[in-house]
Ligand binder design. Structure first.
Ligand code: FAD
Length: 452
């Protein structure tokens, strides 16, 4: 049992003050609820495997969150917020023990209006999508973990996903409208953030506020057909991905390109992807299938699988082979594999991407996800890496960066060392005001640790 300063925590008075709330102290369960999918990183695995909280609290209302915050401040005990725990970098793994605040029971969808939904943080993305679709709207973007992941966790730790080819990333202005946040002051308060102020807390990994309510924008709902297109040449597949992403008249939600031999890891899709070919996994609006077929023809691709939205709603969905689910399937066959997260510069000729594809060959198997960055469609990559040593992994990262590719390093559990690279002054200043004792998810925000 530890605290921020790694002094043992006296749990008895803490538990007494939390009486009336759902508390979990069972060691096995607390350990399980202290972890996420950091195991995808051979660097983070040994660093985080023995980290765990001292107890888990599961509030169901904002008033209960305020109570937990007040008790943690009173006892100066660290508090780490958790949604569904599907994050990849140990984002919700407590480095200094304390209370795990599991918000997965705050599941109310407060209202859905044309284009906007107001929800509690523990609602699963799939549940929001389902309710929004009943009114002709849908979630703009979701991680491939949308069935399990919570909206609070997506805003607290995610970046984008299926839908980003149209709407960009979560960090793009307009993709998050408002937040209610509980502070960790002596007398915790609820504050409301709107407009650009939401980015003081969004993607701060729960280090400077506890999100208790969110207003998110929605997009018009489409019937999404699913298709696999195969190509005999990888770069043709990549250029097809770029062309489809650039085709403003073809409405799409997912443009995922996997180089051979990645499809070998997709057991359930094997029969649709001939050995040695490269595949595109796609979600295209049903109303656009005719022009889509023309584009496929223009690039010499072969449609080997196509399902209507209704057919796709049963059984497997290609969404769960895209984004980091691609890594999941590869690792379920070979757990020594790991991955990288890269954004290539906007360049219609895809020169740097082509260079990396040939330069690393089988060591960095190319998996692309197209998304909009600054109004242009660009390929992001979640390359599957045949891991050997930490030094080699760093060399691969450095080589990419030296050549002009942006790497959001998934092998660190420090906020600034991943995708951000620099200190976010707005987030730091917000933490100074909202969490003056530094109790929220301690150890994750480098700027705060260095300041202390
Ligand atoms: P958690 O993992 O529980 O939390 C994530 C972070 O947010 C933590 O730092 C936590 O402290 C903080 N947090 C949680 N709730 C709150 C709150 N209410 N207030 C403040 N902070 C909070 N991510 C993507 O962006 N796109 C993808 O496509 C994607 N694909 C994935 C595929 C796989 C197979 C896996 C394992 C992960 C993937 N991820 C992806 C990462 C992760 O699934 C998503 O970011 C997801 O949205 C996290 O939601 P969660 O509820 O599990 O959050």
């Amino acid at each position: 049992m530890t605290s921020k300063t790694d002094q043992p925590i006296d749990l008895k008075p803490l538990i007494a003050d939390l009486s009336g709330l759902e508390i979990i102290t069972d060691l096995t369960l607390v350990t399980r609820l202290s972890h996420d999918y950091y195991t995808y990183s051979p660097i983070l695995q040994p660093l985080l495997e023995d980290k765990r909280g001292d107890l888990v609290v599961r509030p169901t209302t904002e008033a209960e969150v305020l109570k937990v915050a007040q008790v943690c401040v009173k006892h100066k005990v660290p508090l780490t917020v958790r949604g569904a725990g599907t994050g990849n970098y140990g984002q919700c793994v407590p480095l200094h023990g304390g209370v795990i605040l599991d918000l997965s029971n705050m599941q109310q969808i407060k209202w859905v209006k044309p284009g906007i939904a107001c929800v509690e943080p523990g609602v699963k993305l799939a549940a929001i999508d389902k309710q929004a679709r009943e009114t002709g709207w849908e979630i703009r973007m979701a991680p491939s973990t949308y069935r399990k992941a919570t909206i609070g966790g997506f805003i607290g730790g995610g970046s984008g996903g299926v839908g980003s080819v149209t709407y960009g990333l979560l960090s793009d202005r307009g993709n998050l409208l408002a937040l209610k946040v509980v502070t960790m002051e002596d007398e915790p308060r609820v504050i409301e953030l709107r407009g650009d102020d939401v980015y003081q807390v969004a993607h701060a990994w729960g280090t400077n506020g506890i999100i208790t309510e969110l207003e998110i924008p929605l997009g018009p709902a489409y019937a999404w057909a699913e298709a696999i297109v195969t190509f005999s040449d990888f770069m043709t597949a990549a250029h097809f991905g770029q062309a489809l992403s650039d085709s403003d008249g073809i409405i799409k939600k997912l443009v995922c390109i996997c180089a051979d031999p990645i499809p070998n890891y997709f057991a359930a899709l094997r029969s649709y992807i001939p050995q040695g070919t490269h595949c595109a996994l796609l979600l295209v609006a049903e109303c656009c299938l005719e022009p889509f077929a023309e584009l496929v023809k223009a690039y010499g691709g072969t449609v080997t699988y196509q399902k209507t939205a209704q057919e796709a709603s049963r059984g497997i969905t290609l969404v769960e082979y895209s984004w980091n689910h691609t890594t999941l399937h590869a690792r379920s066959v070979d757990p020594t594999l790991t991955y990288l997260q890269t954004i290539f510069p906007a360049d219609q000729s895809l020169k740097l991407l082509e260079h990396m594809y040939h330069h690393f060959g089988d060591e960095a198997m190319m998996h692309l996800e197209f998304l909009r960055v600054g109004g242009q469609a660009v390929p992001a990559a979640l390359q599957i890496i045949r891991y050997t040593t930490p030094e080699r992994l760093n060399d691969i990262i450095k080589y990419h960066e030296d050549q002009g590719a942006f790497i959001a390093n998934p092998h660190t559990c420090i906020l600034e060392d991943g995708g951000r690279k620099t200190v976010d002054m707005a987030q730091l200043q917000f933490k100074q005001k909202m969490d003056p004792y530094g109790l929220l998810n301690p150890g994750k925000m480098r700027a705060w640790e260095e300041k202390m």
